[in-house]
Design a protein around this ligand. Structure first.
Ligand code: ADP
Ligand code: MG
Length: 351
């Protein structure tokens, strides 16, 4: 078992694109760690740099107690599952799983025995003699996982392992992956562009944008206390409302309404300052009669989410989204008020 310690890691591609830009990250021994960000932000590059599949441009990398900055991939104690699984089509499942053991010159009988044991653990019983082309997507994904864990790596690197599965299978595989990681206790770095997946699975999440880390924290921390508007907008099934406005009389001006500044920010803002006020759609209440501190608004769009409804409203030129229980569904054109949960509001610097 081993933690990972990256210091000022830079990977510059020919042409000058920095796939990874001065990344500092410490991943703990046994941790399930998610790298989260939009396509092209550098997740795969960082993962491949940890695996040793990319030579880094600058910085250092320690796995366990060894500096592996310049070590060969095979000498790092890591195993990687690629986004497309990269199974060998001409080999059966057993040989696919046992392949890394063959590279390590493990004997045939022991290879086969280990492959069968790992296959059992990943619910691949009875499929040992099939070729990858004869398997479903979910089975292929488990073979790729089995191949990675067969060598008992210190570190498991997973590049979007669920993204090729359909929605229902993805949920099942997610649970399966969580259980596997818990049983093995192996330090795991999990790459995803899906914030819900990262929130559901990870002990901690690193949010990336354009090669740079934006925030590292527990799912609760990045959800409740995003560092900046990028993280605030990226995390959450409905994007956070981010409203640019000014501080007036010690409060946040939304039209004629003055909303109290978030607790703890009282001394940090001054009148006339432009700020971004943030509140999640789940933390706004839509009411049809006025309440103290409520913001008058008009409904523009109503979207059904199933058990709830997402409404878009206009409040003095500001747009908000609000999650409303299904039995309180308003209609476009309805007028009412928004009541923010004061403890859930956030303030960001205007860009
Ligand atoms: P992600 O996995 O988050 O989608 P990548 O790590 O694949 O992002 O890519 C990060 C950035 O590096 C992107 O701008 C991408 O175009 C660039 N990049 C990735 N691989 C290469 C490469 N082999 N050569 C040049 N640029 C690359
Ligand atoms: Mg990628």
């Amino acid at each position: 078992m081993a933690g990972i310690n990256a210091t000022q890691l830079v990977k510059e591609y020919p042409g000058g694109v920095r796939g990874v830009d001065e990344v500092d990250v410490q991943i703990h021994d046994g941790e399930f760690f998610a790298l989260l960000g939009p396509s092209g932000c550098g997740k795969t590059t960082l993962l491949r740099s940890i695996a040793g599949l990319e030579a880094i441009t600058a910085g250092s990398l320690v796995i366990g107690d060894r500096d592996v900055t310049n070590a060969e991939p095979g000498a790092r104690g890591v195993a990687m599952v690629f986004q497309d699984y990269a199974l060998f089509p001409h080999m059966d499942v057993g040989d696919n799983i046992a392949y890394p053991l063959r590279i390590k010159h493990v004997g045939r009988d022991e290879r086969r025995a280990t492959a069968e044991k790992v296959a059992d653990g990943l619910s691949l019983q009875g499929l040992i003699e099939r070729r990858p082309g004869q398997l479903s997507g979910g089975q292929q994904q488990r073979v790729a996982l089995a191949r990675a864990v067969a060598t008992r790596p210190d570190v498991l690197l997973l590049d979007e392992p669920l993204s090729n599965l359909d929605a229902r299978l993805r949920l099942e595989a997610r649970t399966f992956l969580k259980e596997l990681q818990r049983d093995l206790g192996v330090t795991t770095v999990f790459v995803t562009h899906d914030q819900a997946e990262a929130l559901a699975l990870a002990d901690r999440i690193a949010v990336m944008k354009a090669g740079k880390l934006q925030q590292i924290g527990t799912p609760r921390e990045v959800f409740q206390r995003p560092n900046n508007t990028f993280v605030a907008g990226f995390i959450g099934s409905n994007p956070m409302n981010l409203v640019e406005t000014t501080v007036t009389g010690g409060g946040i001006s939304i039209g004629e309404t003055s909303v109290p500044v978030p607790a703890g920010t009282e001394g940090l803002v001054r009148d006339g300052q432009t700020v971004i006020w943030g509140i999640r759609p789940e933390y706004l209440r839509w009411v049809s009669s006025e309440e103290p501190g409520a913001i008058p608004a008009e409904v523009s769009v109503v979207e059904n989410l199933g058990a709830s409804v997402l409404i878009a409203v206009n409040a003095s030129g500001h747009k908000f989204q609000v999650v409303v229980p299904e039995d309180h569904e308003p209609a476009p054109g309805d007028r009412g008020w928004l009541v923010p949960q004061a403890a859930k509001t956030l303030l960001f610097d205007a860009e």
